[in-house]
Design a protein around this ligand. Structure first.
Ligand SMILES: *Cc1c(COP(=O)(O)O)cnc(C)c1O
Length: 634
């Protein structure tokens, strides 16, 4: 267990970088976590170098880093892998991707997607009026697809129809029968023929976290009889020739390729039937679901996936081809709405550790020969007799006497100083117990419980609620790793808490050999050096879901583009929220706050409590506070 027999490979096994890193992230020989850009294989940039560059530009931690190359490459991969699968199987149709804006609505991200997607005519999916406005403002005409899902009112429909005339390729996907009359009436009134899609509710059920989106209980889409109603409605209006598009969405993060294949097969049956009904069908849209391997296990576990992009594309193309060829039906344009797999990789939350508490630093209080307190005497006895043989018993006793001491304190039978000594000895005993448990896990009946109970708490300079809301809301797993010192054996077992002081404000789900561990081994903090961590694959769904718990606001966001020679450019820097910003979000007016504070300070001057110069200093501090970052500033 010495430092000598620790290698970079051990660090990679522990933090599973090769597993989730998808070739984009690796540990270099200096023990730093580095990003590799696909544009130039041999180029690799340590994340701590980027942090140094950002801090030199005044962007202190925490920072959300966007590596644009990774987004560019994901879009390229999705399009080119589909193109290759299509070519290899002689499929007679093309692929057109669309990015669902809801997955990351940030202007910079959508702009990048549109720019990187242009060579492939990568389009956008809009689920609301606001998202449609984004799509219309970012895409060019005659452009890629704009797929409109979600409930559409008359205003939405009229806007979309007008844009169709302007040359945008807007597709209305009917989610519910009540949308049909609005679309029919508006298009007749405006004299514009819409492109209509239908969203079907598939019977196929998928495993994974989002499985409610699929199967009979799915909230969205038309069931078979509603679908017939829409077809008949279109026929009656003389508009069946507008129905060209079939859409379904089985849910996000589908870990099992078998479920994806079953879904495509069922959707193809609907497609065939729509063709038989006489609709001039030409698009089949599979929705999202392409998963990201967050835990690096390459399995069908919910935070993983048991397939790669190539297998996904080949399976989709071949399944559609085989079902439609049986019926002699033309191959449709294949559309997917991959959000998660497009944007997850490119964003990384970078933060530093501010402080720690734990058992590791406990000191034995000075011992008295004639200790009058029974609980202290018993704890010393446990400490003195602790060995590999007695560890379970000593552990049980220590917990018992510690609890008894707390109870006595409550009832006024124990003073503060004695209670403090009890806690100290208890911590020293626990630190010893942990050492024994590490040497010999069989010595204790529940080593896992102990591991969590005895973990050090490392306080990270970030908010789970703001930056990783899914880690809190749905127990989403995100890979977390130190960004440096990886050539060094980590000697602390930790839980990572955030700055909110909320009992839920922590990261405590780490994949470990096929199971979830609540603790993560990290390095001991050094007093003269920052310790930096990254939470990875956070580009999808996290940014807009984040909330203002404890009024910790948006972090700084920095985008970087790495060139082929390894040099890089900070292409975009967005200041995080200031204290004044977050206060105004909850309807305070910073100018009023300042005015009120000035009055209070002025009154103190009049009363003679402070001098005018002191007032100036205090008002200055208040103003600086309003301008400050909401996170811990060095
Ligand atoms: C959320 C959503 C998506 C995105 O799914 P991912 O799994 O992130 O690719 C696609 N289509 C629809 C209709 C959605 O609601």
């Amino acid at each position: 267990m010495s430092q000598e027999d620790w290698t970079i490979q051990d660090a990679d096994d522990l933090y599973r970088v090769s597993g989730w890193g998808s070739g984009y992230f690796h540990i270099n020989d200096a023990g730093q976590l580095a990003v590799r850009v696909p544009q130039a294989e041999e180029v690799s940039v340590p994340l701590v170098d980027l942090i140094e560059g950002m801090e030199a530009r005044g962007h202190m931690m925490p920072v959300l880093l966007r590596v644009q190359n990774l987004l560019e490459n994901q879009i390229r991969l999705i399009n080119e892998t589909f193109a290759k699968a299509i070519e290899d199987s002689n499929y007679r149709g093309v692929y057109r991707g669309v990015f669902p804006i809801k997955v990351n609505q940030q202007a910079q991200v959508v702009e990048d997607i549109v720019r990187f997607g242009e060579p492939y005519q990568h389009g956008l999916e809009a689920g609301s009026k606001a998202e449609l406005m984004i799509a219309l403002s970012m895409l060019k005409t005659p452009g890629p697809l704009i797929v409109c899902n979600g409930y559409k009112d008359r205003e939405f429909v009229e806007l979309g129809l007008g844009m169709l005339k302007l040359g945008f390729k807007v597709i209305f996907v009917i989610e519910t029968p009540s949308e049909l009359p609005i679309i029919v009436e508006s298009s007749k009134a405006m004299g514009i023929k819409p492109i209509i899609g239908v969203r079907t509710k598939l019977f196929s059920h998928v495993s994974g976290h989002w499985n409610d989106t699929s199967g009979d209980r799915s909230m969205f889409g038309l069931n078979a009889s509603q679908l017939v109603g829409v077809i008949d409605g279109l026929k009656a209006a003389g508009m069946l020739d507008c129905l060209q598009f079939l859409h379904y969405h089985l849910g996000s993060q589908i870990p099992n390729i078998r479920d994806i294949r079953t879904g495509v097969r069922e959707a193809c049956r609907y497609y065939v039937e729509l063709v038989e009904e006489g609709a001039p069908m030409c698009y089949l849209d599979l929705g999202g679901g392409l998963a990201v391997d967050y835990d690096g296990s390459r399995s069908s576990a919910i935070h993983s996936r048991n397939y790669g992009l190539e297998e996904y594309c080949v399976d989709v193309v071949e399944t559609i081809q085989s079902v439609l060829d049986e019926q002699g039906i033309e191959h449709p344009t294949i559309v997917t709405e991959s959000g998660r797999a497009t944007v997850a990789y490119s964003s990384i939350l970078l933060f530093n550790i501010l402080d720690q508490t734990g058992f590791s630093d406990a000191q034995l209080p000075p011992k008295r020969d004639d200790e009058p307190n029974r609980m202290l005497r018993n704890l010393y006895y446990s400490y003195d007799t602790l060995s590999e043989k007695t560890v379970q018993e000593c552990f049980n006793d220590a917990v018992y006497f510690r609890d008894e001491a707390r109870d006595s304190f409550m009832r006024g039978l124990l003073d503060l100083r004695t209670r403090s000594e009890v806690e100290q000895i208890f911590m020293v005993i626990m630190a010893e117990v942990r050492k024994i448990a590490e040497r010999n896990p069989d010595a204790l009946s529940e080593p896992e419980v102990l591991k969590t109970m005895l973990a050090d708490i490392y306080y990270g300079n970030f908010s789970v609620f703001q930056s990783l809301p899914d880690a809190w809301a749905i127990d989403q797993v995100f890979p977390v790793s130190p960004l440096h010192r990886l050539a060094e054996r980590p000697t602390r077992t930790t839980i990572i808490a955030d700055m909110t002081c909320d009992s839920d404000g922590k990261i405590d789900r780490f994949p470990e050999q096929g199971e979830m561990s609540r603790v993560l081994p990290l390095h001991a903090l050094k007093s003269d050096e920052e310790y930096y961590l990254g939470a990875f694959l956070v580009g999808a769904y996290q940014e807009t879901l984040g909330d203002l718990h404890n009024l910790l606001g948006d972090t700084h966001v920095v985008s970087v583009y790495i060139d082929e020679d390894g040099s890089y450019e900070f292409v975009n820097e967005v200041e995080g929220d200031s204290v004044a910003d977050v206060l105004s979000y909850v309807e305070y007016h910073p100018q009023h706050l300042l005015k009120n504070f000035r009055k209070t300070a002025e009154k103190a001057v009049r009363d003679g409590t402070i001098s005018a110069a002191e007032r100036q200093r205090l008002v200055g501090a208040f103003e600086a506070g309003l301008r400050g970052y909401t996170y811990y500033e060095q």
